[in-house]
Ligand binder design. Structure first.
Ligand SMILES: Nc1nc2c(c(=O)[nH]1)N[C@H]1C(S)=C(S)[C@@H](COP(=O)(O)O)O[C@H]1N2
Ligand SMILES: [Mo]
Length: 406
């Protein structure tokens, strides 16, 4: 990775924010000069991430977890993936941050300060699963362009905030409202102030769901800068791209929101299955809504060894978008036979669920443990790959770990 390439003012600005101190005399620096301290930014230090995390891209920052790092029931910041489409906003000042509700289907335009949001509305805390629509993209063939996420673009943290529904109801929404769209403070990669890096949204019923929050805390603390400080939309169970970070405006729309990354192949998949590599007409593409059923074995780490005669304890999480996971199974014979194992109820709707099992192996040798979840509508994860789509979304194939029994 060539670190020097992305040393520019954006990194300077956000690093200043992160360091919490100013560069005295910065106005005297020669144009384009890189202060020494910023010549080799360390993303792990900058974002407080564990060194085991994988940096997929540095401009913009995209960092993923590994399955075994996601073992906690509630994901701590150090293991939470970062997915940025643009540059993290510079010099964020929470005390002057505002959120404006507008749009053709809002009864009025209204602006709230952060402290008004906090004091005018009841606060709620939920554990919410956020998975990038492109998680698992690296397995598709023909390959799909974009960050080559393996399995680690998923998290379930605790989010505290006010309900978007309470805020929208105070402003008033017209009868013809069908969608909301968010706008945020991050900077387009081109630095063109008129361009947005992402501006997505959700249909009104999702916006009005109890668990859809305008959040200002993550795991009980201020949201880390990379995850949307000081205010973020959180809509669990849907592609995490719906959960706008650094949100400063929400528009109530009388049509499907037409912001950046709402059209074409962005976060859309063929409405009906297609052959790998096949071209799809624009009108045959559908916006991804609830994410599909999926699971992850978070313990042990793939490659673990065990002595013959010992049971292997495995555990992990399973989630199913808007639905619950109702059955969890594992296989040690490449999916020929499956054994049911216990799955806990979610802590609250849209939170991932935990499973565990004690696995027996018949003799010495190489095995794979495969995990398969089934949702409350009876739909199970595919064993290897689901349907191909142009951008490589929604890979919810069974997670697999290698085990050597000696
Ligand atoms: N403003 C803004 N919000 C955003 C994004 C972004 O680039 N800018 N990325 C989205 C995408 S694609 C994902 S997967 C999630 C990632 O959230 P995280 O970085 O907190 O894990 O944020 C979403 N919200
Ligand atoms: Mo994403």
């Amino acid at each position: 990775m060539k670190r020097r390439r992305f040393m520019n003012r954006a990194v300077l600005g956000s690093a200043t924010t992160i360091l919490g101190t100013d560069i005295v005399f910065s106005s005297f620096m020669p144009k384009g000069y890189q202060p020494l301290i910023l010549q080799d930014p360390n993303p792990f230090e900058m974002f407080n991430k564990d060194k085991g995390m994988e940096v997929l891209n540095d401009k913009p920052w995209n960092i993923e977890a590994k399955a075994h790092l996601l073992d906690d029931k509630i994901t701590p910041n150090k293991y939470m993936f970062i997915r940025n489409n643009g540059l993290i906003p510079e010099n964020i000042d929470a005390s002057s941050w505002t959120l404006t509700i507008d749009g053709e289907s809002a009864k009025q335009q209204k602006t709230f300060t952060l402290s008004e949001l906090k004091s005018n509305f009841p606060q709620y805390t939920y554990q919410l699963t956020l998975e990038c629509g492109g998680n698992g993209r690296s397995e598709f063939d023909p390959p799909a362009k974009g960050n080559q996420w393996t399995v680690g673009a998923v998290s379930c943290a605790t989010w505290t905030g006010v309900r978007l529904r309470d805020v929208l109801e105070t402003v008033g929404i017209k009868d013809d409202a069908i969608y909301i769209g968010y706008h945020a403070a991050d900077v387009h990669l081109s630095r063109d102030p008129d361009k947005e890096s992402i501006s997505r949204g959700a249909p009104i019923p999702k916006a009005l769901q109890n668990e859809t929050l305008l959040a200002f805390k993550m795991n009980g603390e201020d949201i880390p800068i990379a995850h949307g400080y000081p205010l973020r939309l959180v809509a669990g169970g849907w592609p995490a791209s719906v959960s706008g970070k650094w949100v400063n405006r929400i528009s109530v729309r009388n049509k499907i929101h037409d912001g950046e990354k709402m059209t074409g192949t962005s976060y859309r998949v063929p409405c009906n299955p297609i052959a790998p590599g096949e071209k799809v007409k624009d009108e045959d593409m559908c916006i991804i809504e609830s994410m599909p059923v999926k699971s992850l074995i978070t313990y042990p780490k793939s490659g673990a060894t065990i002595k013959i005669g010992n049971q292997l304890n495995i555990r992990g999480h399973a989630w199913a978008g808007e639905l619950e996971v109702s059955k969890m199974e594992y296989s040690i014979d490449f999916g020929t036979t499956w054994t049911i194992c216990p799955i806990e109820k979610p802590f609250n709707p849209l939170a991932w669920q935990h499973f565990s099992a004690a696995v027996d192996f018949p003799k010495k040798g190489y095995y794979e443990v495969w995990a398969r979840a089934t949702d409350s509508k009876g739909v199970s994860q595919p064993m290897l790959l689901p349907g191909w789509n142009p951008k490589g979304y929604l890979n919810n194939a069974c997670h697999r770990i290698a085990i050597k029994v000696g």
